[in-house]
Write a protein that binds this ligand. Structure first.
Ligand SMILES: Nc1ncnc2c1ncn2[C@@H]1O[C@H](COP(=O)(O)OP(=O)(O)OP(=O)(O)O)[C@@H](O)[C@H]1O
Ligand SMILES: [Mg+2]
Length: 334
């Protein structure tokens, strides 16, 4: 069990419900989207915690809650032991400096009218770091660190390729020397050949600057490549949390087993023998999630209890590493 000192972020029973309203004049309440529904996890300093799950399961909402861009419906978020939901505006300003985000789409997240120098400079100006000349020096250094030519500081985003643009996004996140970087699908919009370069850059930067990452993706093969520990999300809940290796070698939740079976194996002989598990049906709506275990309508192992009772996250550790899963039949093959 990690000690409190080496935990950077701890999230407890976090919920975010978006209220839905219908009608123009009367504006009646019409239920809510349970985007994040009681999740808890922690991230240790210097590690990468991966959050994986299908589209719409609440990953980006969780990221926005941690950044406090959204106010949670319930729950607590601790940064270095301090509840950030209780911070005042001025204290929040300092927190914002220590936590940065890299977005999925480097086309949409970089302003087309700003030069890359201005884009990387903006966080320094907002946080009033240094004067003009020291900022310029820092911007050039940061561009170099992420593998861009510092002489291109006056160019615009459209003059760069997708991979280079994401490097600009990384430089922008890095320039304030943050503690934690939230990476929300940072390579999903890129060509496969470029994905590996960007992932390798992120791994190198982490080692060099002792960064902590919350790494979000829908693709378990990408998350597995970079993460020390992984949380698997399904319809607003975390259904399994384990060290990457344990999750990969011995998944306990049938949803994780399904996600894993979709990853191709690089060896053609093994790949031919591989059994692919195709989960039936689509992800249900988070407005009216299924009763009991939310996964039960798609689960090949579901029994009567699964539709009636909600399984709790339980620790099934075998090797001393925590391995939590929320399933009445955890570990049963599908
Ligand atoms: N502002 C909002 N108002 C209402 N519903 C929202 C809002 N933001 C997100 N949602 C809903 O919350 C759920 C979770 O969305 P979220 O964007 O967190 O998912 P995600 O896991 O990041 O998906 P993706 O992989 O597509 O990025 C979705 O059903 C989404 O439609
Ligand atoms: Mg998202």
């Amino acid at each position: 069990m990690p000690t409190e000192e080496n935990i950077l972020i701890k999230v407890k029973n976090l919920k975010k419900y978006f209220n839905l309203r219908t009608g123009f004049i009367f504006n009646k309440a019409a239920g809510s989207v349970k985007a994040v529904d009681d999740i808890s996890f922690f991230i240790k300093k210097g590690e990468t915690f991966g959050l994986v799950g299908e589209s719409g399961c609440g990953k980006s909402t969780a990221a926005r809650l941690v950044l406090r861009l959204l106010q949670p419906s319930a729950g607590e978020i601790y940064y270095k032991g301090i509840n950030i939901l209780k911070l005042k505006r001025s204290q929040m300003f300092k927190y914002r400096r220590e936590i940065q985000i890299i977005f999925q789409d480097p086309y949409a997240s970089l302003s087309p009218r700003m030069t890359i120098g201005d884009i990387v400079s903006e966080p320094l100006e907002i946080h009033r770091v240094g004067d003009r000349s020291s900022r310029l020096k820092r911007i050039k250094e940061t561009l170099k660190i992420v593998g861009l030519n510092p002489e291109h500081i006056n160019r615009y985003p459209h003059e760069f390729s997708g991979g280079q643009r994401q490097r600009v996004g990384i430089a922008r996140a890095l320039v304030l020397q943050p503690e934690l970087i939230i990476c929300d699908e940072p390579v999903s919009a890129l060509d496969v050949s470029v994905q590996a370069q960007i992932l390798n850059l992120m791994v190198d930067l982490q080692k060099e600057f002792n960064l902590t990452y919350l790494f979000i993706a829908h693709d378990l093969s990408v998350v597995k490549y970079v993460s020390n520990r992984i949380g698997v999300m399904y319809l607003g809940k975390i259904v399994e949390i384990a060290a990457s290796e344990d999750l990969y070698k011995k998944p306990l939740h049938p949803y994780t087993m399904g996600l894993l079976s979709a990853i191709p194996i690089p060896d053609p002989n093994l790949e031919r023998q591989r059994k692919r598990i195709i989960l039936p049906g689509d992800v249900p709506s988070p407005i009216n999630p299924p009763t009991g275990c939310r996964f039960h309508p798609r689960c090949p192992n579901a029994q009567e209890i699964c539709s009636k009772q909600e399984p709790e996250l339980k620790n099934y550790t075998e090797n001393g590493n925590d391995h939590f899963a929320a399933c009445f039949f955890a570990g049963k093959p599908i």
